[in-house]
Design a protein around this ligand. Structure first.
Ligand code: FE2
Ligand code: FE2
Length: 362
């Protein structure tokens, strides 16, 4: 005689349905009708029916991201080899340390974005995360191209491994990676909220003191090729900020209470402190046009702007002026006509001739 167990007894109902859960890969009973779609927790079949979309911003983002395609090797770095020899010892330290941090961020994103995509049930949004993942891989590879073009072979490994010996870099890499790992190990609403905000901060705040260092060099006609590479990366990162902004804004409606101002303020404040500490450590008050005051002003200004994008209050009163406004033009234009619209993080300036006009044209 066989013993029958109820679902409850064998734990099938143990998962709280309000908590996030990984989507099924194959779900023939699913329903992708537009009115049923949700950012997470939807009943998707995973079929990419992209003729019907609920999230209209995703259609626009798809065109923009595809129009932004670029190849690192198309940027000529031959003059940068000569410039590299002209850098001061402080600029060299900043160059290597900044690349080291950027390599970490892009490597982490290449590996981590698919973990988030596993929980996204709107096909039009999943598509964007697939493109983001491939862009993060291109960014990771672009640093390899920069290093092999400019930096002697004997110094490259030290740049990749800098975080192993540099306590401040190790701590901040560990901080962000732990948030991502906690979500992988224990996926629930709390870890999901933290991973989304961490992504928004990574894409919207972590890169930018580093980017500005390269624009600062370019403003002095140094390392112009590297600055071009950074503009392409910068342009992509701004689309990633926009993706996570839109995901978070949609979730504020769909899962009220998941992402709160309190959480965003707490995570931003920690991130701002780390960003300032790291920037002061690596830029060292010895780069012309960058010092501890400008780093603090810029980081808090940028954090305020990003929090406003999410519809939350600013955290830092009086930090409403960008001390690097003079670099804005450098960030926005390069020889290839790349527009990164650096400070607004809007996508309206991106359209290129290579962009498709409609999903139906694909
Ligand atoms: Fe990236
Ligand atoms: Fe990114």
């Amino acid at each position: 005689m066989s013993i029958q167990f109820s679902d409850e007894e064998i734990g099938l109902n143990a998962v709280n349905e309000t908590e996030v859960s990984k989507k099924k890969l194959f779900n023939p009973e699913g329903n992708d009708k537009v009115q049923n779609r949700k950012i997470t927790g939807g009943d998707t079949t995973n079929l990419f029916n992209l003729n019907d979309t609920k999230y209209s911003w995703a259609k626009n983002m798809y065109r923009v991201m595809m129009g932004n395609f670029w190849v690192p090797e198309k940027v000529d770095l031959s003059n940068d080899i000569k410039d590299y020899k002209k850098l001061t010892k402080h600029e060299l330290k900043a160059f290597k340390g900044t690349i080291s941090f950027l390599v970490f961020l892009d490597s982490l994103q290449t590996n981590n974005v698919p973990n988030i995509a596993d929980y996204i049930t709107a096909p039009e949004v999943s598509t964007l995360l697939a493109i983001q993942t491939y862009q993060e891989a291109i960014h990771s590879q672009s640093y390899a191209y920069i290093l092999e073009s400019i930096v002697p072979a004997s110094e490259r490994a030290k740049i990749y491994d800098f975080w192993r010996d540099d306590k401040i870099l190790l701590e901040r890499n560990k901080y962000i990676a732990t948030i991502f790992q906690n979500f992988i190990d224990t996926p629930n609403d709390e870890t999901f909220a933290r991973v989304l905000v961490a992504n928004f901060i990574l894409e919207g705040l972590y890169f930018y003191n580093g980017f500005n260092f390269f624009y600062n060099l370019a403003s002095r006609h140094l390392m112009m090729g590297v600055a071009d590479e950074i503009r392409y990366i910068n342009r992509d990162e701004l689309t990633h900020v926009t993706i996570f902004k839109n995901i978070i804004l949609a979730l504020k409606d769909e899962k009220p209470g998941l992402i709160t101002q309190e959480l965003v303020h707490q995570m931003f404040d920690e991130a701002v402190q780390q960003e300032i500490e790291w920037s002061n450590h690596i830029l060292d008050n010895h780069i012309l046009g960058i010092n501890e005051q400008s780093t603090e002003k810029y980081t808090k200004f940028l954090a305020n702007m990003r929090m406003k994008m999410l519809g939350f209050d600013e955290l830092y009163e009086g930090y409403d002026v960008n001390p690097y406004a003079h670099l804005e033009k450098l960030a926005d234009e390069n020889n290839d006509g790349v527009k990164s619209n650096f400070f607004e993080s809007t996508v309206t300036n991106y359209s290129q001739s290579s962009s498709v006009d409609d999903w139906d044209d694909l």
